[in-house]
Design a protein around this ligand. Structure first.
Ligand code: HEC
Ligand code: HEC
Ligand code: HEC
Length: 92
């Protein structure tokens, strides 16, 4: 779909289709941050650099709820997409 979109239009996709776009340490561009170009671990579990350093489980969000998914899987966009059961199994 990228080919048919202007740069500005494409940027509107980043919020859901990348990890941490617009947040500190998050996705900037495919060239600068290739490892964040999809919705990865931190899209659901939140920032994890502190957890990586400390190896402490309490430094990252381990227990999630549906509200953690609804930022991207919102009603307007994916009303008929039944992802909810996957909250118990992890999605991506
Ligand atoms: C509000 C969040 C959100 C935005 C903004 C968004 N998407 Fe998505 N997109 C999703 C979700 C969630 C899915 C997967 C669920 C589904 O298919 O219903 C998805 C699925 C897709 C898929 C199918 C992917 C696959 O692997 O099957 C394509 C292609 C896609 N989006 C393109 C785009 C493009 C291009 C834009 C920008 C113009 C965009 N999306 C903006 C949330 C979003
Ligand atoms: C689509 C959202 C999503 C993504 C992306 C995701 N996870 Fe998860 N993860 C979950 C959910 C949901 C659970 C179950 C949480 C619960 O039981 O409350 C979970 C549980 C976990 C747990 C167990 C946590 C605990 O305290 O028991 C670990 C560890 C984990 N994920 C690591 C990862 C890693 C590493 C990645 C990337 C490779 C990743 N996750 C990507 C949603 C996600
Ligand atoms: C940062 C945005 C974002 C968040 C947060 C998010 N998702 Fe997704 N999800 C997507 C996008 C975009 C897709 C489709 C393309 C892809 O897989 O990258 C998707 C796809 C999926 C799929 C379909 C996978 C497949 O292979 O067909 C499931 C299931 C899913 N998500 C479950 C969840 C669950 C459960 C949560 C919450 C724990 C969650 N997602 C949180 C953006 C998100």
């Amino acid at each position: 779909m990228q080919k048919g979109l202007t740069k500005q239009e494409l940027k509107k996709c980043y919020d859901c289709h990348t990890t941490g776009y617009g947040k500190p340490g998050g996705f900037r561009s495919e060239a600068e941050t290739p490892h964040l170009k999809n919705a990865g671990c931190e899209a659901c579990h939140g920032p994890g650099s502190l957890h990586v350093k400390s190896e402490d489980a309490s430094d990252i969000k381990g227990s999630l709820s549906v509200s953690d998914c609804q930022h991207c899987h919102n009603k307007a966009r994916v009303g008929s997409f039944r992802y909810r059961p996957l909250i118990y199994g992890g999605g991506h």
